[in-house]
Design a binder for this molecule. Structure first.
Ligand SMILES: Cc1cc2nc3c(=O)[nH]c(=O)nc-3n(C[C@H](O)[C@H](O)[C@H](O)COP(=O)(O)O)c2cc1C
Length: 172
């Protein structure tokens, strides 16, 4: 699909059929995430791919109801920062790792769209519950979760976005 068409087709899916997602598609999605750019190429992430039914059920207790029909989750865990990145973040007052993780999530959702799957970035979840479900150390932080699944409908919503004039300023 041409890139702008793909961007227009991607939307947050909150109505999945409950069908499973094939392993090859999930591998392709995490490959697209693994190749995402990151500040100083730190790659401050681990991707936990969850298809196991009972783990998903436990995770869903800490997430919005629609997630129970997703076929898989990709939990994006922020890993420890290198000292240089910690220093850069402090000097620049920027959370580079958050940017990095957002970019990786975006790669994942666009890849899922290209594969004909639905996806939703989940930022609102009970972190401790999800962490317990996927067996994580207390020090690790879950920043985002991707819900991936088969979409109930192939219709694409009209996007609600600010206008070009509201968000773009040209200097030319
Ligand atoms: C960082 C981030 C966190 C989000 N968290 C949630 C969430 O917890 N639950 C949800 O239903 N949607 C979540 N979304 C999806 C947004 O609501 C959605 O992207 C936005 O409304 C635009 O709609 P669209 O994705 O369909 O184009 C999140 C999106 C981002 C980028």
């Amino acid at each position: 699909m041409d890139f702008l068409a793909l961007v227009k087709r991607r939307e947050s899916c909150r109505a999945f059929t409950g069908e499973t997602v094939d392993a090859a598609s999930l591998e392709t999605i995490v490959e697209a995430m693994r190749l995402a750019p990151s500040a100083t190429n730190q790659q401050p992430w681990r991707f936990v791919v969850v298809t196991d039914v009972s783990t998903r059920e436990t995770m869903c207790k800490g997430m919005q109801r629609f997630t129970s029909d997703a076929g898989a989750f990709i939990v994006i865990v922020e890993t420890g920062k290198r000292l240089t990145v910690k220093g850069m973040e402090k000097v620049k007052r920027q959370a580079w790792t958050h940017h990095d993780i957002g970019i990786a999530a975006s790669h994942g959702t666009l890849m899922a769209t290209e594969l004909g799957l639905g996806s939703c970035i989940i930022g609102w979840f009970k972190e401790r519950r999800v962490a317990e479900a996927v067996g994580m150390a207390k020090a690790d932080r879950i920043r985002l979760i991707l819900a991936i699944g088969v979409k109930k409908t192939n219709d694409v919503r009209v996007k609600t976005r600010k206008t070009m004039d509201e968000v773009v300023r040209w200097i030319r």
